[in-house]
Design a protein around this ligand. Structure first.
Ligand code: FES
Length: 105
C-alpha cells in the first residue's frame, strides 16, 4: 500500500492508503477526501481534480502533457506545483507523498 497525505486549504490532513496504479485523484475520492470532485471521472476533461504536489515529490511523476497544461488554465489559483491529480499515477516510490488541495475547484 502507498500512504498518501492530503492537506486541505485550512490545514486539515487526511491520511489514506492507495494501491500502486491508482491515481492520486482515486486515492482521494475512494477515501472521501473533500476538495476533489473529479467531475469527469479521470478523463482529463474537467480540472476539478486540481491539486498541488509538494516540492519533494514533484519528480515522482512524468511532466504534464499538453492536454493537462491546457486544462489547468481552467483551474483556480494555479501554481508551479499544480497538477491534475487524475493524471498522477501512484507507484510504490510515492509512498509517503503529500498532496495539498486548493481552496476550491
Ligand atoms: Fe477531470 Fe481530472 S478528474 S480532469
Amino acid at each position: 500500500m502507498i500512504n498518501v497525505t492530503f492537506i486541505e486549504h485550512d490545514g486539515t490532513k487526511h491520511k489514506v492508503s492507495a494501491q500502486a496504479g491508482q491515481s492520486v485523484m482515486q486515492a482521494a475520492t475512494f477515501n472521501q477526501v473533500p476538495g476533489i470532485t473529479a467531475d469527469c471521472g479521470g478523463a482529463c476533461a474537467c480540472a476539478t481534480c486540481h491539486a498541488y504536489v509538494t516540492a519533494e515529490w514533484v519528480n515522482s511523476f512524468p511532466e504534464k502533457t499538453e492536454i493537462e497544461t491546457d486544462l489547468l488554465e481552467c483551474a483556480l489559483d494555479v501554481r508551479e506545483s499544480s497538477r491534475l491529480s487524475c493524471q498522477l499515477v501512484l507507484t510504490d516510490a510515492a509512498d509517503g507523498i503529500v498532496i495539498e488541495l486548493p481552496e476550491s475547484q
